[in-house]
Design a protein around this ligand. Sequence first.
Ligand code: PGA
Length: 257
Amino acid sequence: MRPIMVAGNWKMNGLHADAQHLTQAILDAALAPTVPEVVLFPPFTLIASVAALARGSSLRWGGQNLFWENHGPYTGEISGPMLRDHGCRYVLVGHSERRQIFQESDEIVFRKVMAALHAGLTPVVCVGESEQERESGQTWEVLERQMTAILPALGANGQQANLIIAYEPIWAIGTGKTASPAQAQEAHAYLRSLVARKNPALAQKVLILYGGSVKANNAGALFAEEDIDGGLVGGASLQAGEFVQICRVAEQIGRGG
Ligand code: PGA
C-alpha cells in the first residue's frame, strides 16, 4: 500500500508573517505519523521562514521551480543545490502555470527533472490536460506526451524511484471545478500504466497526487481512490484551518509509509 502525501503549493503568495502563521498552524495540529509526508511549497523568499520553524519536525518543504544548471550567469534563477542548501527535499517541476505562462516545454521539464534528481531532490512533476484538450478527446494523448518526455528520467530500466507525479487537469486548477473521483482515478490509473510500461514494480510504488481545487470537503472521496496517493493543494493550502483539515482527512485514510 502506497502512503498518502499532502502538499501545499502557495504559488506567488505570502509574506514572512503568513509563512510563520501557516507553518506554525500545521506544526500545532500535531498530525499523526500515519500521514508520512506533508510538504509545503512556499515561494523562494519564504523557504527560510518555513525551514526555521519546520526543521526537526516531520513537516517537509520544497521549491516551486528550479533551473537546470547548478550555478552561473542565469539572472533570476534558483538551482537544485541552492534548494538543498535550504533543506528542501522536493521541488515542483512543470506546473501548468509554468508550462503555459513561462512557455516551459516538455524538453525543459525533462531537463529540470534531471537537475532535481542530480541535486538529490525529489521532483513532483505536474502533468494534465486543458479543458479544450479534454473536450476534444485528447486527454490521453496529452498525458502520454508529457509522461513520455519525463520517463527517461527513471533510468534505463526504470529503477530510479524518487519521482512523484501530480495529475493536475488545468480546467480544475483554481476554478473550484474539481475532477470527480472517478475522472481523477481514471487518469491516475492511466498514468500508472504508462510508468508500468517502463517498470511494473515501480508503477506500484510511484506516488501520483491529484491537484485541482482540492478542499477539505472533497479530499476524502479523492484520496480514497485506489490510484490517488494524496493531493497537491493550491488555494486551500493558504488557509491554515482548511489545509490542516485536508491533512486530517489523509490521516484518517491512514495509508502510512
Ligand atoms: P488549486 O491549485 O488547488 O488552487 O486548484 C492546485 C495547483 O495548482 O497546484
